[in-house]
Structures are given as C-alpha cells and as structure tokens.
Design a protein around this ligand. Structure first.
Ligand code: 5RP
Length: 216
C-alpha cells in the first residue's frame, strides 16, 4: 500500500472524533489535505481555524467555514500531520513550514490528534531535520548557537513563512529528551518556533498501516 493510501486511512479515522457544529483546528500538509477532502464529504458540519494560508484556501474551496482563532476560546479538536513521531507522542513538525501557527492552534485545542503513516513512527526523533522558524536578521546567529547543541543548521532558501520569517533545518540531532531540548532551543534570541512538539505533545496518534489504523 502506498504512503498516500495510509495517510488517507489515518485521515478518515480522525473524522470519527468530530462533534457537530464545533470549532476545530486544521493543520497543514498532504495528510491534512486528505483530511480536508474527507471532511468536505462528511455530514458533520464544523468551523475551522487554519494553521496556514494554504490550508485556509483549501478549506474555503471545499466549502468549510474558516474562522479566526480570536473568535473562539477553545477548539474541541486539532487534526494535523507530522514529519516524525515517537510512541510517547512527541513530534517533529514544520516540514511544510507552517510550524508556528500549528503550535498556536495545537495549544488552543482540547484534543490534538496527529494523523500519519507508519513510516514516520520512530524510536528517537532527529533523523528528519528539525525545522526552526527564525526572525530573518537572526538567521546566522541562531545557526551558530545551534552548533553548540550539535546541530548543523541549513537555511531553507526561498522559503518565507506565512509570518514573513525564515526556516532553518537542523541536521545531526539525536533528540533523547524532546521536552528539555524544545525548552532550551526556545531560549535562543531570534527563534520564533522550534518544530519539536513535546511540551504540548499530540494526545493521540492515528497511524495508517497496511493492516488498518493503529491508535497510540
Ligand atoms: C507542516 C507539517 C506537516 O504536518 C508535516 O510536514 C507532514 O506533512 P505531510 O502530511 O505532507 O507528510 O508539519 O508544517
């Protein structure tokens, strides 16, 4: 079975967690696009806060009401993908560059459901380069500070985030203690968002496999 088919399976499983007419958050990426397509065909109506301009456009095109996060106090559910995940539900996110708004929307959600295919579940995070959104003027400074953590930061050239910032992809980190590293990297001036989602991990992983969907 292809990775896309596994993503579709995971996305379809997330539909069961929807509650009628409640505000939800919707993440960014190809797995989330499967979720949006399935949501458009689903009878339960929801309003959605988007984690990126791309998702906002896709939701609107699918006829799903897009709302501003400032209009609601809590989201019942946040559905998003990930680049890597552990069984403790710590994540690396930001491969699509939307990590800052994704982290904001995840924080606002009662339940964060992460949908992914089984190739992304790992014992230790870090073989996927860790995305970090930075203020453009601080890019090289942050890259030098990241070297102290053993990481080699590569500027994702040509990528400007929805917030007008740059992305560094950090190679060579073996992330043994995700919450502690997330907290430490957040202290570097110029860092906007670290693509580790560990201090606020996912609540549930829905993992698409050849055999079906595994819930962690
Ligand atoms: C975007 C993300 C995505 O969730 C992550 O990159 C996974 O993407 P895909 O579903 O396309 O594999 O964090 O910033």
């Amino acid at each position: 079975m292809s990775a896309l088919e596994k993503k579709r399976r995971a996305a379809a499983a997330a539909l069961r967690r929807l509650e009628e007419n409640t505000p939800i958050g919707v993440g960014t990426g190809s797995t989330v696009n499967c979720f949006i397509d399935a949501l458009a065909a689903h009878p339960v109506r929801v309003r959605a806060v988007a984690s990126s301009e791309a998702t906002s456009a896709r939701l609107a095109a699918a006829g799903i009401a897009v709302i501003d996060l400032n209009e609601v106090s809590e989201l019942t559910l946040y559905v998003d993908g990930a680049d890597q995940a552990t069984r403790r539900r710590h994540l690396i996110k930001g491969g699509g560059g939307a990590l800052t708004r994704e982290k904001i929307v995840a924080e606002a959600a009662r339940e964060f459901v992460c949908i992914l295919d089984d190739t992304k579940v790992v014992d230790t995070l870090g073989s996927f380069p860790l995305p970090i959104e930075v203020i453009p003027m601080a890019r090289n400074l942050v890259a030098r500070r990241l070297a102290r953590f053993g990481g080699r930061a590569v500027w994702r050239q040509g990528c400007v985030t929805d917030n007008g910032n740059h992305i560094l992809d950090v190679h060579g980190l073996a992330i043994a203690d995700p919450p502690t590293l997330e907290s430490a990297l957040n202290q570097i001036p110029g860092v906007v968002t670290v693509g580790l989602f560990a201090e606020r991990p996912a609540d549930v992983l829905l993992v698409g496999t050849d055999q079906g969907v595994v819930e962690i």
